[in-house]
Every structure is written in C-alpha cells, then in structure tokens.
Ligand binder design. Structure first.
Ligand code: ZN
Length: 177
C-alpha cells in the first residue's frame, strides 16, 4: 500500500539542504517513493511537492496543476514526476504573482519568477524530457526547483511587505476581484 508521507515545515534542516542527484531511479523503492509523493501531493491539495518536503533530500519533484479553490486559474495537467531537473534557459522578463507552500502553511507571498523557462529533466521512466513552460507552470516549476536547492518562496520576495497570512490573502484576492 502506498502511504501518505509526513510533510516537513520550514525550520526542518532538510528544507534548507541541497538535495542529492537520483542514483537509483529504476529501483522499486524509488518508484514506490514517487507514487507516494504523488499521493501525498494529491491528498494535501498541492500543485506540486518536492522530495525534500517529505524528508527525502533527493532531486525529485511532482508537478500536478489543476484548478481548485486555492488556485482557480491553474491549468489542468496529468501529474508528472520531474527527476534531476535543470533550467537551461529563462526569459529576462519576470512576473510577480501569489504563491503558497505546503511547508509554510498559512503564508502567502507575491513572488517574482521568470515568465518563460526551458527545462530538461528525466521522466520517472528515465527518459530525457525537454520542455518549455510559461506563466503558472513556469512559476510552479521554479518554486519546486528551488526546494531542491534549499530555497523557499519567501526567499525570493522583493519586499517583506509582499508576505501575508492566508486570512488577509483571501481578503486581498476578494477585493482585487
Ligand atoms: Zn513549496
């Protein structure tokens, strides 16, 4: 049986560690871990989750974008596992938008991210994938990629005034319409 994994919160050393490359992607153990990471992301209603967020310091994350009450405009995609990713190109242009994180529950911030990125990574089958992402998915990829290098979204804000708590975030969003 796959199990739901406990989620590390900011303050846990693993959240600030540089994650290790994946050495045994084909193993049953790693494949089961990927299943459990996907299940954990789904149950937590996350758009993505990285291995360090479940106390495993390895360069793996899940992207699982779909619209929900937290992110009504998120594009719908089949969940994918991203292994040993690299950002091989990014636009000069950046966009600021709201982010949250399963490891910082209740915190929201306006975070600048590159608008367009070209990325390379391995699929869970070990195949090299090259892709271009823009907008929400580019943001999601950069957020999860940062976790592999021990960074979290509040490290990227232009001003600490761009950090708010969930209740006030809901008010701000409602006022903005
Ligand atoms: Zn996060």
């Amino acid at each position: 049986m796959e199990k739901i994994l406990p989620i590390a919160q900011l303050g846990a050393p693993v959240i600030r560690a540089i994650a290790e490359p994946v050495t045994d992607l084909g193993s049953k153990e790693t494949q089961r871990f990927i299943d459990e990471l996907m299940l954990t992301c789904d149950k937590a209603k996350g758009m993505g989750i990285s291995a360090p967020q479940v106390y495993r310091s390895e360069r793996i994350f899940i992207m699982s974008s779909r619209p929900n009450e937290r992110y009504p405009h998120a594009p719908k995609m089949e969940p994918i596992a991203v292994i040993d990713p690299e950002v091989i190109w990014h636009s000069q242009a950046m966009e600021k938008d709201w982010e949250g994180c399963l490891s910082l529950p209740g915190v929201r911030a306006l975070v600048p991210r590159y608008s367009v990125i070209d990325v390379s990574y391995l699929s869970r089958e070990g195949e090299r994938v090259e892709a271009q992402y823009e907008g929400f998915l580019a943001r999601l990829f950069q957020h999860e990629y940062d976790h592999l290098d021990g960074k979290v979204f509040i490290d990227r804000v232009e001003s600490t005034l761009d950090i708010v708590m969930e209740k006030e975030f809901q008010r701000i969003i409602a006022e903005r319409g």
